[in-house]
Design a protein around this ligand. Structure first.
Ligand code: SAH
Length: 226
């Protein structure tokens, strides 16, 4: 199945807005750390509902581009804002539709690991970033967060399961300096008392604590050398 087939169906089912609600718990902290300025152009890779670009525009960036491989995602995202300084584009992580040295910052939440070749995507990000530009890469699916690994099962696309070191090494191989790496816990999701388990997707309270409070979102920040 292609990115388009998989994620157009998600968009049609309203899962774009569902992801926004859940991902916002930690994405907002990653976004708050981005050193954006008022004349910046920022790209959001795998934009889904487009919430990251809307939030950055509220912080006053000049232009936002939300890229997604699923046309229905991009179409929904366009409907959620009438901001003319924001553009939603259909495109693939393998060939980013931007000029060399043209973008101030790149953000991505819960999307990078779907890249068919994550090394190519990092090279593409390096190519489009201006010197000193940053890539804020946030993922919930990573090796140390072991209760996320089963997310691959229902998804036909192959997902890259790197650990923290592999993220750092791949960024460096692509020519990005690693400025920061951190995990951002989700302290907002409600975790019921132990006696209520099993619930929904969770066998035990410990598993849920491990996923949300211990690991949460892995943020790796790359900087394009000046
Ligand atoms: N960032 C959003 C959406 C995450 S879901 C959020 O936090 O809620 C992942 C998104 O990445 C989907 O919208 C999917 O269509 C997009 N995507 C996955 N692989 C892609 C690829 N190779 N190229 C472009 N977009 C891709």
């Amino acid at each position: 199945m292609s990115v388009r087939e998989e994620f157009d169906a998600w968009a049609t089912d309203g899962r774009d807005r569902g992801m926004e609600r859940r991902h916002w718990h930690t994405a907002k902290h990653a976004l708050a750390r981005m050193p954006v300025e008022s004349d910046d152009a920022v790209v959001d890779l795998g934009t889904g509902s487009g919430y990251a670009i809307r939030a950055l525009r509220e912080r006053g960036i000049d232009r936002g581009y939300g890229l997604d491989g699923a046309p229905e995602m991009a179409r929904n995202a366009r409907e959620y804002t009438d901001d003319e300084a924001v553009e939603f584009l259909v495109g693939d992580f393998g060939a980013l539709p931007f000029q060399d040295d043209s973008v101030d910052h790149v953000f991505s939440m819960e999307a990078f690991y779907y890249a068919a070749d994550p090394h190519t995507t990092l090279s593409e990000i390096r190519r489009i970033l201006k010197p000193g530009g940053t890539f804020y890469c946030a993922v919930n699916y990573f090796a140390e967060s072991k209760h996320t690994h089963e997310w691959q099962d229902p998804i036909s696309l192959e997902m890259t399961l790197w650990d923290r070191r592999q993220y750092r090494e791949a960024f460096r191989e692509a020519g990005l300096l690693v400025a920061e790496q951190d995990t951002i816990p989700d302290r907002e999701i409600e975790i019921p008392p132990a006696e209520e388990f099993p619930i929904d997707d969770w066998e035990t309270r410990e598993a849920m604590v491990d996923r949300y409070r211990t690991w949460g979102t892995l943020l790796t920040v790359g900087v394009a050398p000046a």
